[in-house]
Write a protein that binds this ligand. Structure first.
Ligand SMILES: [Zn+2]
Length: 126
C-alpha cells in the first residue's frame, strides 16, 4: 500500500470512528437529558467519566483526521513528502512512520531543541 493509499484508508477509518463516537456522545447526552445534575446521581460519576472519555477520543480523532486531510491536500498540490521548513524531501522511512508529518528529521529536531529549557528541569530556580 502506498503512503497516499494508507492516508486515504486512515481517513476512512477516522471518519467511521468519529461517527461512532458522535453516536456514543449523543447516546450519553440522551441518557442524561432528564437529569442534568450528575453530582447527586448515583450513576453521575460514571456518566461524567464516560462523557469525558468520549469527548477526549472524539477530539483526538478529529485532530488526526485534520492531519490526514492536510497531508492529502499537500499530495494534491504535489508537495507531499517535502519539508515545509527547508523544502528538502522527507525520508520515506519517516513518512512511513509519520505519514502526516510536514517536517524532515533535521527541521523537526531543530524545533524540539529550540523548545527545550536552557536549565535542567531538576534544578528549580530560587
Ligand atoms: Zn526540513
Amino acid at each position: 500500500m502506498s503512503t497516499i493509499e494508507h492516508l486515504r484508508h486512515t481517513r476512512t477509518e477516522a471518519l467511521a470512528l468519529i461517527g461512532d463516537l458522535e453516536r456514543e456522545a449523543a447516546a450519553i447526552a440522551a441518557s442524561t437529558a432528564g437529569s442534568p445534575d450528575d453530582e447527586h446521581d448515583a450513576e453521575g460519576s460514571t456518566i461524567g467519566f464516560e462523557r469525558a472519555r468520549v469527548a477526549s477520543l472524539l477530539e483526538s480523532a478529529r485532530v488526526s483526521l485534520a492531519g490526514v486531510d492536510e497531508a492529502l491536500d499537500r499530495a494534491r498540490q504535489g508537495n507531499y513528502g517535502r519539508c515545509d521548513q527547508c523544502g528538502d524531501l522527507i525520508g520515506e522511512e519517516r513518512l512511513a512512520l509519520l505519514p502526516t508529518t510536514t517536517r524532515c528529521v533535521a527541521c523537526s529536531s531543530a524545533r524540539v531543541t529550540a523548545r527545550l529549557p536552557r536549565r535542567p528541569l531538576a534544578s528549580p530556580r530560587r
